[in-house]
Design a protein around this ligand. Structure first.
Ligand code: SAM
Length: 286
C-alpha cells in the first residue's frame, strides 16, 4: 500500500493511504487518479489536488447548489461550469422547480471515469432529461453563450491548468452577461486561510460587476486549511437578507432531504471572519 500526497501547497499538505488504485490516466487536459482510502472512501484527484471524496462531497455540493437556488426562489435555468464528477449535477437536479440544466465540463474522461468509479456522486443525474452536457472549456462557453441563466455555479479545479481561465476577469464578466435579471453566480474560491490572495483577487473582480457581491463558507474536511469560501455575485442584494422564515419555507417546499444544508447554516455561512473582511476591504458582513 502506498500513500497519495496532495501537492497543492508547498511544505504543507495531506496524505491518503491508497488501499486500492482504481484508475490513473493522463487525459487530454490533466492527470486523473481515483483510489480507495479507508477513511474517505473513494477519492479523485486532478493534477495532484484532491477534488472530491465519497465521505465529504455532500458538504460542498449541497452548499454550492441549495444556497443560490433557494435564495433565488424561482431558478429554472441553471448552468454548471466544471463539476465533472457529477455531484453538483445531482444536487441541482433534486430541485423540481429547475427546468433546464446546462453543464460545461472540459474533460470527458473525468465524466466517464466518475460515472464508473464514483457512481454515488452523480447517482444517475447524467440521465436527467433536463441536462444538456457540453464538453468544452467553460471560458469559451460563457464567452460565446447567447442563453441566460438564473443560477451559474462554477465548480472548477483550482486556478492552475485548465481551471485558471475560470478565475479570470473575462470569466466573471462573461458570467455576468449570461445571468438573467435577478441571477446569482457562485464559485468555488478556495480556503482563505491558505489562498487569501485568490479571495482578494476574486473580490476585486466581482465588485465592479455585481450589485451585491460577498462570500460564504463551509468547512469541507478534504479541502484543507480551514473553511472553504464560495464567491457570491448577484443583481439583487435582497437575496442575502432573506428572512430565515422564507428560507425555511422554501427548503421545506423543495422536499429535499440534506445531510449538511439547512436554512440556519445558509444564513450563517455568509458571516465572514475579520481577516477575510479586511482582505476584501469590506467593513462588515452587510
Ligand atoms: N470540488 C473541486 C474543487 O473545489 O476543487 C472541483 C471538482 S470538479 C472535479 C472540477 C472540474 O473542473 C474538473 O472536472 C475539471 O475537468 C473541470 N475544469 C477545469 N477547468 C475547466 C474549464 N476551463 N472548463 C470546464 N471545466 C473545467
Amino acid at each position: 500500500m502506498s500513500d497519495y500526497l496532495e501537492t497543492l501547497y508547498e511544505g504543507y499538505g495531506q496524505s491518503f493511504r491508497m488501499d486500492k488504485l482504481l484508475h490513473e490516466v493522463r487525459t487530454e487536459h490533466q492527470h486523473l487518479v481515483i483510489f480507495e482510502n479507508p477513511r474517505m472512501g473513494r477519492v479523485m484527484a486532478l493534477d495532484g489536488v484532491i477534488q472530491t471524496t465519497e465521505a465529504d462531497e455532500f458538504i460542498y455540493h449541497e452548499m454550492l447548489t441549495h444556497v443560490p437556488i433557494l435564495a433565488h426562489g424561482n431558478a429554472k435555468r441553471v448552468l454548471i461550469i466544471g463539476g465533472g464528477d457529477g455531484g453538483m449535477l445531482r444536487e441541482v437536479s433534486r430541485h423540481r422547480s429547475v427546468e433546464q440544466i446546462t453543464m460545461v465540463e472540459i474533460d470527458v474522461t473525468v465524466v466517464d471515469m466518475c460515472k464508473l468509479y464514483l457512481p454515488e456522486h452523480s447517482k444517475g443525474a447524467f440521465d436527467d432529461p433536463r441536462l444538456n452536457l457540453v464538453i468544452d472549456d467553460g471560458m469559451r462557453f460563457v464567452a460565446t453563450c447567447t442563453e441566460q441563466f438564473d443560477v451559474i455555479i462554477s465548480d472548477s479545479t483550482d486556478p492552475i491548468g485548465p481551471g485558471e481561465a475560470l478565475f479570470s476577469e473575462n470569466f466573471y464578466q462573461a458570467c455576468r452577461r449570461c445571468l438573467a435579471d435577478g441571477g446569482i453566480l457562485v464559485t468555488q474560491n478556495g480556503t482563505p486561510f491558505m489562498q487569501l490572495e485568490g479571495v482578494q483577487t476574486t473580490a476585486g473582480r466581482m465588485q465592479g460587476l455585481f450589485t451585491d457581491w460577498h462570500f460564504y463558507q463551509a468547512a469541507v474536511p478534504t479541502y484543507i486549511g480551514g473553511a472553504m469560501t464560495f464567491a457570491w455575485g448577484s443583481t439583487d442584494a435582497a437575496y442575502r437578507k432573506l428572512p430565515l422564515e422564507t428560507l425555511r419555507q422554501r427548503f421545506a417546499g423543495s422536499g429535499i432531504v440534506t445531510r449538511y444544508y439547512n436554512p440556519e447554516i445558509h444564513q450563517g455561512a455568509f458571516a465572514l471572519p475579520q481577516y477575510v473582511l479586511q482582505a476584501i476591504h469590506k467593513p462588515s458582513n452587510d
